[in-house]
Design a protein around this ligand. Sequence first.
Ligand code: NA7
Length: 539
Amino acid sequence: MTDLAADRQLDHDVIIVGAGFAGLYMLHRLRSAGFSARVLDAADGVGGTWYWNRYPGARCDVQSFDYSYSFSDELQQDWTWSERYATQPEILRYIEHVAERFDLNRDVQLGATVLGATFDDAHSRWTIELEGGQHLVSTYVVMATGCLSVPKRPSFAGLSDFKGETYISGEWPHHPVQLSGKRVGIIGTGSTGIQLTTAIAREAGELLLFHRTPNFSLPAQNRPLDEEFTRELKSQYDQRRQEARTTTRGYPVPPILSDLSALEVEHEQRLEVYEAVWRNGGPVFTSSFADLLTNPEANATASEFVRGKISSIVQDPATVEALTRFDHPLGTRRPCVDTGYYETFNQPNVALVDVHDDPIVEITADGIRTASGSYDLDVIVFALGFDAMTGALLRMGITGQDGTTLPERWSDGPSAYLGVAMSGFPNLFTVTGPGSPSVLTNMVMAIEQHVDWITGILEFARDQGTDRVEADADTEKLWTQHVVAIADETLFPRANSWWTGANIPGKPRVFMPYVGGLGQFQQVLDDVRTHGYEGFSFS
Ligand code: NA7
Protein backbone atom coordinates (compact mmCIF):
# COMPACT_ATOMS: atom_id res chain seq x y z
CA MET A 1 0.00 0.00 0.00
CA THR A 2 1.31 3.47 -0.84
CA ASP A 3 0.64 6.73 0.94
CA LEU A 4 -1.19 8.78 -1.69
CA ALA A 5 -0.52 12.21 -0.21
CA ALA A 6 3.18 11.58 0.32
CA ASP A 7 3.85 9.99 -3.05
CA ARG A 8 5.23 12.69 -5.34
CA GLN A 9 5.42 10.53 -8.44
CA LEU A 10 1.69 10.44 -8.77
CA ASP A 11 0.33 13.02 -11.19
CA HIS A 12 -3.28 12.50 -10.15
CA ASP A 13 -5.39 10.25 -7.98
CA VAL A 14 -7.52 9.41 -11.00
CA ILE A 15 -7.03 9.64 -14.76
CA ILE A 16 -10.30 9.64 -16.66
CA VAL A 17 -10.24 8.78 -20.35
CA GLY A 18 -13.02 10.42 -22.38
CA ALA A 19 -14.57 13.87 -22.17
CA GLY A 20 -18.15 12.98 -23.04
CA PHE A 21 -21.15 12.82 -20.70
CA ALA A 22 -19.41 10.14 -18.60
CA GLY A 23 -15.93 11.60 -18.27
CA LEU A 24 -17.12 15.10 -17.43
CA TYR A 25 -19.51 13.96 -14.74
CA MET A 26 -16.84 11.61 -13.35
CA LEU A 27 -14.49 14.58 -13.01
CA HIS A 28 -17.15 16.65 -11.28
CA ARG A 29 -17.99 13.91 -8.78
CA LEU A 30 -14.37 13.04 -8.00
CA ARG A 31 -13.48 16.66 -7.43
CA SER A 32 -16.40 17.08 -5.04
CA ALA A 33 -15.21 13.98 -3.20
CA GLY A 34 -11.72 15.45 -2.79
CA PHE A 35 -9.80 13.42 -5.38
CA SER A 36 -7.49 15.01 -7.90
CA ALA A 37 -8.44 13.98 -11.41
CA ARG A 38 -7.63 14.74 -15.04
CA VAL A 39 -9.65 13.95 -18.14
CA LEU A 40 -7.89 12.98 -21.36
CA ASP A 41 -9.56 13.01 -24.76
CA ALA A 42 -8.21 12.64 -28.27
CA ALA A 43 -10.73 15.15 -29.65
CA ASP A 44 -10.24 18.91 -29.84
CA GLY A 45 -13.39 19.55 -27.86
CA VAL A 46 -15.54 18.00 -25.16
CA GLY A 47 -18.66 16.00 -26.05
CA GLY A 48 -17.49 12.46 -26.86
CA THR A 49 -20.01 10.80 -29.16
CA TRP A 50 -21.72 14.16 -29.67
CA TYR A 51 -18.44 15.78 -30.65
CA TRP A 52 -17.72 13.24 -33.39
CA ASN A 53 -21.16 12.39 -34.76
CA ARG A 54 -21.97 15.72 -36.38
CA TYR A 55 -23.36 14.31 -39.64
CA PRO A 56 -26.49 15.87 -41.19
CA GLY A 57 -29.61 14.82 -39.30
CA ALA A 58 -27.76 13.57 -36.17
CA ARG A 59 -30.20 13.53 -33.30
CA CYS A 60 -30.81 11.60 -30.08
CA ASP A 61 -33.53 8.94 -29.92
CA VAL A 62 -34.23 9.49 -26.22
CA GLN A 63 -36.30 12.55 -25.30
CA SER A 64 -34.05 15.57 -24.67
CA PHE A 65 -35.37 16.34 -21.19
CA ASP A 66 -34.62 12.75 -20.12
CA TYR A 67 -31.31 12.48 -22.00
CA SER A 68 -29.60 15.08 -19.81
CA TYR A 69 -27.91 15.20 -16.43
CA SER A 70 -30.10 14.88 -13.34
CA PHE A 71 -27.38 15.56 -10.73
CA SER A 72 -28.03 19.30 -10.50
CA ASP A 73 -31.54 20.65 -10.11
CA GLU A 74 -30.26 24.16 -10.88
CA LEU A 75 -28.87 22.90 -14.18
CA GLN A 76 -32.05 21.15 -15.21
CA GLN A 77 -34.13 24.15 -14.20
CA ASP A 78 -31.93 26.60 -16.09
CA TRP A 79 -31.45 24.66 -19.31
CA THR A 80 -34.34 24.62 -21.77
CA TRP A 81 -34.52 22.08 -24.58
CA SER A 82 -36.04 23.32 -27.80
CA GLU A 83 -37.29 20.00 -29.20
CA ARG A 84 -38.60 16.70 -27.91
CA TYR A 85 -35.65 14.91 -29.58
CA ALA A 86 -32.57 17.13 -29.56
CA THR A 87 -30.22 17.59 -32.48
CA GLN A 88 -26.47 16.96 -32.17
CA PRO A 89 -25.59 20.70 -32.16
CA GLU A 90 -28.00 21.35 -29.28
CA ILE A 91 -26.68 18.39 -27.25
CA LEU A 92 -23.09 19.48 -27.86
CA ARG A 93 -23.96 23.04 -26.74
CA TYR A 94 -25.46 21.54 -23.58
CA ILE A 95 -22.33 19.48 -22.81
CA GLU A 96 -20.12 22.52 -23.42
CA HIS A 97 -22.37 24.54 -21.12
CA VAL A 98 -22.01 21.92 -18.38
CA ALA A 99 -18.21 21.88 -18.77
CA GLU A 100 -18.11 25.66 -18.34
CA ARG A 101 -20.76 25.91 -15.66
CA PHE A 102 -18.98 23.43 -13.38
CA ASP A 103 -15.52 24.75 -14.27
CA LEU A 104 -14.44 21.38 -15.65
CA ASN A 105 -12.32 22.50 -18.61
CA ARG A 106 -9.26 23.33 -16.51
CA ASP A 107 -8.80 19.60 -15.81
CA VAL A 108 -9.58 18.40 -19.33
CA GLN A 109 -6.63 17.74 -21.63
CA LEU A 110 -7.79 17.71 -25.25
CA GLY A 111 -5.88 16.36 -28.25
CA ALA A 112 -4.60 13.66 -25.88
CA THR A 113 -4.60 10.28 -27.57
CA VAL A 114 -4.03 7.41 -25.16
CA LEU A 115 -1.70 4.75 -26.57
CA GLY A 116 -1.39 2.57 -23.50
CA ALA A 117 -2.37 2.07 -19.87
CA THR A 118 -0.15 -0.22 -17.83
CA PHE A 119 -0.62 -1.37 -14.25
CA ASP A 120 2.38 -1.40 -11.95
CA ASP A 121 1.59 -4.28 -9.61
CA ALA A 122 4.31 -3.49 -7.08
CA HIS A 123 3.12 0.06 -6.46
CA SER A 124 -0.58 -0.32 -7.38
CA ARG A 125 -0.67 2.46 -9.90
CA TRP A 126 -1.32 3.04 -13.56
CA THR A 127 0.91 4.67 -16.14
CA ILE A 128 -0.87 6.22 -19.08
CA GLU A 129 1.11 6.76 -22.25
CA LEU A 130 -0.01 9.46 -24.65
CA GLU A 131 0.79 10.01 -28.28
CA GLY A 132 3.73 12.42 -28.35
CA GLY A 133 5.52 10.71 -25.48
CA GLN A 134 3.81 12.18 -22.38
CA HIS A 135 3.33 9.77 -19.46
CA LEU A 136 0.95 10.28 -16.56
CA VAL A 137 0.83 8.25 -13.37
CA SER A 138 -2.29 7.77 -11.27
CA THR A 139 -3.65 5.44 -8.65
CA TYR A 140 -6.90 4.84 -10.48
CA VAL A 141 -8.05 4.95 -14.08
CA VAL A 142 -11.64 5.38 -15.19
CA MET A 143 -12.38 4.50 -18.77
CA ALA A 144 -15.24 6.76 -19.82
CA THR A 145 -14.61 5.87 -23.41
CA GLY A 146 -18.21 5.49 -24.63
CA CYS A 147 -20.12 2.58 -26.10
CA LEU A 148 -20.27 3.89 -29.66
CA SER A 149 -16.96 5.62 -30.17
CA VAL A 150 -15.07 3.45 -32.66
CA PRO A 151 -16.65 3.74 -36.11
CA LYS A 152 -16.57 0.75 -38.43
CA ARG A 153 -14.45 1.93 -41.33
CA PRO A 154 -15.12 0.99 -44.96
CA SER A 155 -13.00 -1.78 -46.42
CA PHE A 156 -14.60 -2.03 -49.87
CA ALA A 157 -12.36 -3.04 -52.74
CA GLY A 158 -11.41 -0.10 -54.94
CA LEU A 159 -12.22 2.55 -52.31
CA SER A 160 -9.09 4.57 -53.08
CA ASP A 161 -9.98 4.70 -56.80
CA PHE A 162 -13.12 6.76 -56.20
CA LYS A 163 -12.79 10.24 -57.74
CA GLY A 164 -15.56 11.84 -55.69
CA GLU A 165 -15.84 12.76 -52.01
CA THR A 166 -16.20 10.19 -49.22
CA TYR A 167 -17.37 10.74 -45.64
CA ILE A 168 -17.63 8.52 -42.57
CA SER A 169 -20.65 9.44 -40.44
CA GLY A 170 -18.74 9.19 -37.15
CA GLU A 171 -15.88 11.38 -38.45
CA TRP A 172 -17.93 14.04 -40.19
CA PRO A 173 -15.87 17.15 -41.02
CA HIS A 174 -16.30 20.38 -39.07
CA HIS A 175 -16.61 22.48 -42.23
CA PRO A 176 -19.91 22.61 -44.12
CA VAL A 177 -20.29 19.84 -46.70
CA GLN A 178 -22.00 20.99 -49.89
CA LEU A 179 -24.34 18.26 -51.13
CA SER A 180 -26.87 20.31 -53.00
CA GLY A 181 -27.50 19.03 -56.52
CA LYS A 182 -24.99 16.19 -56.11
CA ARG A 183 -25.48 12.44 -56.62
CA VAL A 184 -25.03 11.01 -53.14
CA GLY A 185 -24.84 7.35 -52.11
CA ILE A 186 -25.29 6.25 -48.49
CA ILE A 187 -24.19 2.79 -47.34
CA GLY A 188 -25.83 1.65 -44.11
CA THR A 189 -29.39 1.74 -42.83
CA GLY A 190 -29.01 1.73 -39.05
CA SER A 191 -30.11 4.77 -37.03
CA THR A 192 -27.28 6.80 -38.54
CA GLY A 193 -28.03 5.91 -42.17
CA ILE A 194 -31.72 6.58 -41.61
CA GLN A 195 -31.08 10.00 -40.07
CA LEU A 196 -28.67 10.84 -42.89
CA THR A 197 -31.22 9.75 -45.48
CA THR A 198 -33.99 12.05 -44.29
CA ALA A 199 -31.58 14.99 -43.99
CA ILE A 200 -29.65 14.52 -47.24
CA ALA A 201 -32.79 13.79 -49.29
CA ARG A 202 -33.78 17.43 -48.78
CA GLU A 203 -30.58 18.65 -50.37
CA ALA A 204 -29.07 16.14 -52.78
CA GLY A 205 -29.84 16.14 -56.49
CA GLU A 206 -30.11 12.37 -56.31
CA LEU A 207 -29.86 10.08 -53.28
CA LEU A 208 -29.25 6.34 -53.49
CA LEU A 209 -29.53 4.36 -50.29
CA PHE A 210 -27.60 1.08 -50.42
CA HIS A 211 -29.74 -1.13 -48.23
CA ARG A 212 -28.76 -4.63 -47.06
CA THR A 213 -30.78 -5.53 -43.96
CA PRO A 214 -34.02 -3.79 -43.00
CA ASN A 215 -34.22 -2.22 -39.57
CA PHE A 216 -37.47 -1.33 -37.89
CA SER A 217 -37.86 2.41 -37.81
CA LEU A 218 -40.41 4.06 -35.57
CA PRO A 219 -41.75 7.60 -35.86
CA ALA A 220 -40.26 10.06 -33.37
CA GLN A 221 -43.29 12.35 -33.55
CA ASN A 222 -40.76 15.04 -32.79
CA ARG A 223 -42.03 18.54 -31.99
CA PRO A 224 -40.84 21.82 -30.56
CA LEU A 225 -41.30 22.01 -26.78
CA ASP A 226 -43.52 24.95 -25.95
CA GLU A 227 -43.32 27.10 -22.84
CA GLU A 228 -46.29 25.51 -21.15
CA PHE A 229 -44.89 21.98 -21.58
CA THR A 230 -41.49 23.07 -20.27
CA ARG A 231 -42.98 24.88 -17.26
CA GLU A 232 -45.01 21.81 -16.35
CA LEU A 233 -41.98 19.50 -16.85
CA LYS A 234 -39.72 21.65 -14.68
CA SER A 235 -42.32 21.92 -11.92
CA GLN A 236 -41.98 18.15 -11.40
CA TYR A 237 -38.53 17.42 -12.81
CA ASP A 238 -37.27 15.92 -9.58
CA GLN A 239 -40.16 13.47 -9.32
CA ARG A 240 -39.64 12.51 -12.98
CA ARG A 241 -35.97 11.75 -12.31
CA GLN A 242 -36.74 9.79 -9.18
CA GLU A 243 -39.19 7.68 -11.11
CA ALA A 244 -36.70 7.33 -13.98
CA ARG A 245 -34.18 5.74 -11.62
CA THR A 246 -36.62 2.92 -10.87
CA THR A 247 -37.55 2.18 -14.49
CA THR A 248 -36.17 -0.34 -16.97
CA ARG A 249 -35.43 2.23 -19.66
CA GLY A 250 -34.08 5.04 -17.49
CA TYR A 251 -37.06 7.30 -18.20
CA PRO A 252 -40.76 7.12 -17.40
CA VAL A 253 -42.87 5.59 -20.17
CA PRO A 254 -46.33 6.83 -21.18
CA PRO A 255 -49.34 5.19 -19.48
CA ILE A 256 -50.72 4.06 -22.86
CA LEU A 257 -48.35 1.06 -22.81
CA SER A 258 -50.16 -2.13 -21.83
CA ASP A 259 -48.90 -4.39 -19.05
CA LEU A 260 -50.72 -7.34 -20.63
CA SER A 261 -49.46 -9.92 -23.11
CA ALA A 262 -50.14 -8.91 -26.71
CA LEU A 263 -51.82 -12.31 -27.08
CA GLU A 264 -54.20 -11.76 -24.17
CA VAL A 265 -56.25 -9.11 -25.90
CA GLU A 266 -58.57 -9.09 -28.92
CA HIS A 267 -57.17 -8.13 -32.32
CA GLU A 268 -59.01 -4.78 -32.35
CA GLN A 269 -57.81 -3.83 -28.87
CA ARG A 270 -54.25 -4.77 -29.83
CA LEU A 271 -54.38 -2.52 -32.88
CA GLU A 272 -55.72 0.34 -30.76
CA VAL A 273 -52.75 0.06 -28.42
CA TYR A 274 -50.25 -0.12 -31.29
CA GLU A 275 -51.90 2.83 -33.03
CA ALA A 276 -51.86 4.94 -29.85
CA VAL A 277 -48.19 4.17 -29.08
CA TRP A 278 -47.21 4.76 -32.73
CA ARG A 279 -48.93 8.17 -32.65
CA ASN A 280 -47.24 8.99 -29.34
CA GLY A 281 -43.89 8.19 -30.99
CA GLY A 282 -40.43 7.06 -29.97
CA PRO A 283 -38.67 3.80 -29.12
CA VAL A 284 -41.22 2.82 -26.45
CA PHE A 285 -43.24 1.16 -29.22
CA THR A 286 -41.23 -2.02 -28.48
CA SER A 287 -42.83 -2.04 -25.01
CA SER A 288 -46.41 -1.57 -26.28
CA PHE A 289 -47.22 -4.90 -24.59
CA ALA A 290 -45.42 -6.61 -21.73
CA ASP A 291 -44.13 -9.60 -23.68
CA LEU A 292 -43.00 -8.21 -27.02
CA LEU A 293 -39.34 -8.86 -26.20
CA THR A 294 -39.86 -12.29 -24.68
CA ASN A 295 -42.55 -14.01 -26.76
CA PRO A 296 -42.01 -14.49 -30.52
CA GLU A 297 -45.74 -14.77 -31.28
CA ALA A 298 -46.50 -11.58 -29.37
CA ASN A 299 -43.62 -9.87 -31.13
CA ALA A 300 -44.93 -11.00 -34.53
CA THR A 301 -48.14 -8.99 -33.97
CA ALA A 302 -46.11 -5.81 -33.47
CA SER A 303 -43.84 -6.55 -36.45
CA GLU A 304 -46.93 -7.08 -38.60
CA PHE A 305 -48.35 -3.74 -37.50
CA VAL A 306 -45.13 -1.93 -38.49
CA ARG A 307 -45.01 -3.78 -41.85
CA GLY A 308 -48.54 -2.54 -42.49
CA LYS A 309 -47.52 1.04 -41.70
CA ILE A 310 -44.55 0.87 -44.08
CA SER A 311 -46.71 -0.57 -46.89
CA SER A 312 -49.26 2.18 -46.40
CA ILE A 313 -46.59 4.90 -46.65
CA VAL A 314 -44.14 3.73 -49.34
CA GLN A 315 -45.57 3.70 -52.86
CA ASP A 316 -43.10 1.49 -54.78
CA PRO A 317 -43.80 -2.24 -54.12
CA ALA A 318 -40.17 -3.36 -54.63
CA THR A 319 -39.03 -0.76 -52.10
CA VAL A 320 -41.69 -1.93 -49.64
CA GLU A 321 -40.46 -5.50 -50.10
CA ALA A 322 -36.83 -4.49 -49.37
CA LEU A 323 -37.82 -2.38 -46.35
CA THR A 324 -40.00 -5.06 -44.74
CA ARG A 325 -37.94 -8.21 -45.29
CA PHE A 326 -37.17 -8.27 -41.57
CA ASP A 327 -34.90 -11.09 -40.39
CA HIS A 328 -35.22 -10.33 -36.67
CA PRO A 329 -38.00 -9.74 -34.15
CA LEU A 330 -38.95 -6.09 -33.57
CA GLY A 331 -36.70 -4.50 -30.94
CA THR A 332 -33.98 -7.16 -30.98
CA ARG A 333 -31.82 -4.74 -32.95
CA ARG A 334 -32.00 -1.21 -31.62
CA PRO A 335 -34.99 0.30 -33.42
CA CYS A 336 -34.40 3.51 -35.32
CA VAL A 337 -36.46 6.57 -34.49
CA ASP A 338 -37.11 8.78 -37.47
CA THR A 339 -38.86 11.78 -38.87
CA GLY A 340 -40.27 10.96 -42.28
CA TYR A 341 -37.88 8.13 -43.22
CA TYR A 342 -40.36 5.93 -45.06
CA GLU A 343 -41.98 8.98 -46.73
CA THR A 344 -38.58 9.90 -48.17
CA PHE A 345 -38.77 6.99 -50.63
CA ASN A 346 -41.72 8.67 -52.37
CA GLN A 347 -39.51 11.63 -53.34
CA PRO A 348 -38.47 11.57 -57.02
CA ASN A 349 -34.78 12.17 -56.16
CA VAL A 350 -34.53 9.20 -53.73
CA ALA A 351 -34.15 5.49 -54.51
CA LEU A 352 -33.33 2.40 -52.53
CA VAL A 353 -30.73 0.04 -53.98
CA ASP A 354 -31.31 -3.39 -52.53
CA VAL A 355 -27.87 -4.93 -51.93
CA HIS A 356 -29.14 -7.91 -49.97
CA ASP A 357 -29.05 -10.34 -52.90
CA ASP A 358 -27.05 -8.07 -55.17
CA PRO A 359 -24.11 -7.15 -52.92
CA ILE A 360 -21.69 -4.29 -53.35
CA VAL A 361 -18.70 -5.74 -55.21
CA GLU A 362 -16.43 -2.73 -55.35
CA ILE A 363 -16.10 0.99 -55.39
CA THR A 364 -14.95 2.29 -58.74
CA ALA A 365 -13.59 5.63 -59.91
CA ASP A 366 -17.16 6.72 -60.69
CA GLY A 367 -19.26 5.19 -57.92
CA ILE A 368 -20.45 1.85 -56.59
CA ARG A 369 -20.66 -1.42 -58.48
CA THR A 370 -22.91 -4.23 -57.28
CA ALA A 371 -23.00 -7.76 -58.70
CA SER A 372 -25.51 -6.66 -61.33
CA GLY A 373 -25.17 -2.91 -61.83
CA SER A 374 -23.15 0.30 -61.53
CA TYR A 375 -24.21 3.56 -59.88
CA ASP A 376 -22.43 6.81 -60.68
CA LEU A 377 -21.97 9.07 -57.65
CA ASP A 378 -20.31 12.34 -56.64
CA VAL A 379 -20.31 11.55 -52.91
CA ILE A 380 -20.32 8.34 -50.86
CA VAL A 381 -21.32 8.44 -47.19
CA PHE A 382 -20.43 5.45 -45.02
CA ALA A 383 -22.75 4.83 -42.05
CA LEU A 384 -21.50 1.35 -41.21
CA GLY A 385 -21.93 1.40 -37.44
CA PHE A 386 -19.48 0.96 -34.60
CA ASP A 387 -17.28 -1.60 -32.88
CA ALA A 388 -19.65 -1.10 -29.99
CA MET A 389 -19.14 -1.38 -26.24
CA THR A 390 -15.74 -3.08 -26.29
CA GLY A 391 -14.05 -1.44 -29.31
CA ALA A 392 -12.63 1.60 -27.55
CA LEU A 393 -11.47 -0.38 -24.49
CA LEU A 394 -9.73 -3.03 -26.57
CA ARG A 395 -7.84 -0.37 -28.56
CA MET A 396 -6.61 1.49 -25.47
CA GLY A 397 -3.50 -0.68 -24.96
CA ILE A 398 -4.60 -1.76 -21.48
CA THR A 399 -2.22 -4.12 -19.66
CA GLY A 400 -3.16 -5.37 -16.22
CA GLN A 401 -1.57 -7.39 -13.48
CA ASP A 402 0.99 -9.99 -14.62
CA GLY A 403 1.27 -8.33 -18.04
CA THR A 404 -2.07 -9.66 -19.26
CA THR A 405 -3.59 -7.40 -21.91
CA LEU A 406 -7.30 -6.68 -22.16
CA PRO A 407 -7.56 -8.24 -25.66
CA GLU A 408 -6.03 -11.43 -24.19
CA ARG A 409 -8.39 -11.32 -21.24
CA TRP A 410 -11.45 -10.77 -23.44
CA SER A 411 -10.48 -13.10 -26.28
CA ASP A 412 -13.71 -15.11 -25.76
CA GLY A 413 -15.83 -12.04 -25.18
CA PRO A 414 -16.06 -9.35 -22.52
CA SER A 415 -16.37 -10.13 -18.85
CA ALA A 416 -16.68 -7.45 -16.17
CA TYR A 417 -18.23 -7.37 -12.72
CA LEU A 418 -21.30 -5.07 -12.89
CA GLY A 419 -19.85 -3.70 -16.13
CA VAL A 420 -17.57 -1.61 -13.97
CA ALA A 421 -14.42 -3.56 -13.01
CA MET A 422 -12.38 -6.61 -14.00
CA SER A 423 -10.33 -9.04 -11.99
CA GLY A 424 -6.67 -8.85 -12.94
CA PHE A 425 -7.06 -5.13 -13.68
CA PRO A 426 -7.01 -3.54 -10.21
CA ASN A 427 -7.92 0.14 -9.85
CA LEU A 428 -9.38 0.27 -13.35
CA PHE A 429 -13.05 1.15 -13.75
CA THR A 430 -15.28 1.33 -16.81
CA VAL A 431 -18.35 3.54 -17.04
CA THR A 432 -21.30 1.68 -18.62
CA GLY A 433 -19.10 -1.25 -19.62
CA PRO A 434 -20.33 -4.64 -20.85
CA GLY A 435 -22.51 -6.32 -18.24
CA SER A 436 -24.33 -3.11 -17.27
CA PRO A 437 -27.63 -1.70 -18.64
CA SER A 438 -25.83 1.02 -20.66
CA VAL A 439 -27.09 1.10 -24.26
CA LEU A 440 -30.40 -0.59 -23.44
CA THR A 441 -31.31 2.40 -21.30
CA ASN A 442 -31.10 6.16 -21.22
CA MET A 443 -27.30 6.49 -21.36
CA VAL A 444 -27.09 9.66 -19.31
CA MET A 445 -28.94 8.13 -16.36
CA ALA A 446 -26.85 4.95 -16.70
CA ILE A 447 -23.69 7.07 -16.69
CA GLU A 448 -24.74 8.94 -13.56
CA GLN A 449 -25.57 5.64 -11.87
CA HIS A 450 -22.13 4.15 -12.60
CA VAL A 451 -20.19 7.35 -11.89
CA ASP A 452 -21.88 7.83 -8.49
CA TRP A 453 -21.15 4.23 -7.63
CA ILE A 454 -17.49 4.40 -8.71
CA THR A 455 -17.07 7.55 -6.62
CA GLY A 456 -18.57 5.67 -3.69
CA ILE A 457 -16.19 2.72 -3.93
CA LEU A 458 -13.16 5.04 -4.18
CA GLU A 459 -14.32 6.94 -1.08
CA PHE A 460 -14.82 3.61 0.67
CA ALA A 461 -11.29 2.51 -0.22
CA ARG A 462 -9.90 5.82 1.04
CA ASP A 463 -11.85 5.48 4.29
CA GLN A 464 -10.37 2.00 4.70
CA GLY A 465 -6.89 3.43 4.19
CA THR A 466 -6.32 1.35 1.07
CA ASP A 467 -5.49 2.28 -2.49
CA ARG A 468 -5.99 -1.00 -4.31
CA VAL A 469 -9.43 -2.18 -5.40
CA GLU A 470 -10.06 -5.26 -7.49
CA ALA A 471 -13.08 -7.28 -8.58
CA ASP A 472 -12.94 -10.91 -7.43
CA ALA A 473 -12.58 -13.35 -10.34
CA ASP A 474 -15.31 -15.74 -9.14
CA THR A 475 -17.84 -13.00 -8.51
CA GLU A 476 -17.11 -11.48 -11.90
CA LYS A 477 -17.61 -14.83 -13.58
CA LEU A 478 -20.95 -15.38 -11.82
CA TRP A 479 -22.15 -11.90 -12.82
CA THR A 480 -21.13 -12.41 -16.45
CA GLN A 481 -22.99 -15.73 -16.53
CA HIS A 482 -26.03 -14.06 -14.99
CA VAL A 483 -25.98 -11.32 -17.67
CA VAL A 484 -25.98 -13.96 -20.41
CA ALA A 485 -28.61 -16.10 -18.67
CA ILE A 486 -31.16 -13.30 -18.31
CA ALA A 487 -30.55 -12.17 -21.89
CA ASP A 488 -31.28 -15.75 -22.99
CA GLU A 489 -34.76 -15.45 -21.46
CA THR A 490 -35.50 -12.72 -24.01
CA LEU A 491 -35.53 -12.51 -27.80
CA PHE A 492 -32.52 -10.13 -27.85
CA PRO A 493 -29.82 -12.73 -28.59
CA ARG A 494 -31.74 -13.94 -31.66
CA ALA A 495 -30.68 -11.00 -33.79
CA ASN A 496 -27.41 -10.18 -35.47
CA SER A 497 -26.97 -6.86 -33.74
CA TRP A 498 -24.14 -4.68 -32.49
CA TRP A 499 -25.37 -5.59 -29.00
CA THR A 500 -24.02 -9.11 -29.68
CA GLY A 501 -20.95 -8.01 -31.63
CA ALA A 502 -22.33 -9.66 -34.78
CA ASN A 503 -21.65 -6.55 -36.90
CA ILE A 504 -17.87 -6.86 -36.55
CA PRO A 505 -16.23 -9.80 -38.35
CA GLY A 506 -14.37 -12.05 -35.90
CA LYS A 507 -15.78 -10.42 -32.77
CA PRO A 508 -16.83 -13.01 -30.16
CA ARG A 509 -20.60 -13.24 -30.09
CA VAL A 510 -21.86 -12.37 -26.60
CA PHE A 511 -24.95 -10.37 -25.70
CA MET A 512 -23.15 -7.54 -23.90
CA PRO A 513 -25.62 -5.28 -22.06
CA TYR A 514 -27.53 -6.23 -18.91
CA VAL A 515 -31.22 -6.64 -19.85
CA GLY A 516 -32.59 -6.26 -16.31
CA GLY A 517 -32.91 -2.49 -16.70
CA LEU A 518 -31.70 0.55 -14.82
CA GLY A 519 -33.96 0.21 -11.75
CA GLN A 520 -33.13 -3.44 -11.14
CA PHE A 521 -29.44 -2.75 -11.67
CA GLN A 522 -29.59 0.03 -9.07
CA GLN A 523 -30.86 -2.52 -6.55
CA VAL A 524 -27.89 -4.76 -7.34
CA LEU A 525 -25.46 -1.86 -6.97
CA ASP A 526 -27.07 -0.81 -3.67
CA ASP A 527 -26.91 -4.35 -2.41
CA VAL A 528 -23.22 -4.71 -3.23
CA ARG A 529 -22.49 -1.36 -1.56
CA THR A 530 -24.44 -2.05 1.62
CA HIS A 531 -22.55 -5.32 1.97
CA GLY A 532 -19.23 -3.46 2.07
CA TYR A 533 -18.69 -3.74 -1.70
CA GLU A 534 -19.02 -7.49 -1.68
CA GLY A 535 -17.21 -9.07 -4.61
CA PHE A 536 -14.33 -6.59 -4.43
CA SER A 537 -11.10 -6.95 -2.53
CA PHE A 538 -9.28 -4.02 -0.96
CA SER A 539 -5.63 -4.16 -0.04
P1 NA7 B 1 -25.72 0.15 -37.13
O1 NA7 B 1 -27.05 0.13 -36.51
O2 NA7 B 1 -24.75 -0.92 -36.75
O3 NA7 B 1 -25.94 0.13 -38.71
C1 NA7 B 1 -24.88 -0.05 -39.60
C2 NA7 B 1 -25.43 -0.23 -40.99
O4 NA7 B 1 -24.35 -0.37 -41.91
C3 NA7 B 1 -26.30 -1.46 -41.15
O5 NA7 B 1 -27.38 -1.16 -41.98
C4 NA7 B 1 -25.35 -2.44 -41.85
O6 NA7 B 1 -25.98 -3.41 -42.63
C5 NA7 B 1 -24.59 -1.49 -42.74
N1 NA7 B 1 -23.34 -2.07 -43.19
C6 NA7 B 1 -22.23 -2.32 -42.45
N2 NA7 B 1 -21.28 -2.85 -43.22
C7 NA7 B 1 -21.81 -2.94 -44.47
C8 NA7 B 1 -21.32 -3.42 -45.71
N3 NA7 B 1 -20.08 -3.90 -45.81
N4 NA7 B 1 -22.14 -3.36 -46.80
C9 NA7 B 1 -23.39 -2.87 -46.69
N5 NA7 B 1 -23.92 -2.41 -45.54
C10 NA7 B 1 -23.13 -2.44 -44.45
O7 NA7 B 1 -24.97 1.52 -36.85
P2 NA7 B 1 -25.56 2.99 -36.72
O8 NA7 B 1 -24.41 3.91 -36.65
O9 NA7 B 1 -26.57 3.26 -37.76
O10 NA7 B 1 -26.31 2.99 -35.35
C11 NA7 B 1 -25.65 2.58 -34.17
C12 NA7 B 1 -26.32 3.16 -32.97
O11 NA7 B 1 -25.99 4.55 -32.86
C13 NA7 B 1 -27.80 3.16 -32.98
O12 NA7 B 1 -28.35 1.94 -32.67
C14 NA7 B 1 -28.14 4.24 -32.00
O13 NA7 B 1 -27.99 3.73 -30.70
C15 NA7 B 1 -27.06 5.26 -32.23
P3 NA7 B 1 -26.23 -4.92 -42.04
O14 NA7 B 1 -27.24 -4.74 -40.96
O15 NA7 B 1 -24.90 -5.37 -41.50
O16 NA7 B 1 -26.67 -5.71 -43.19
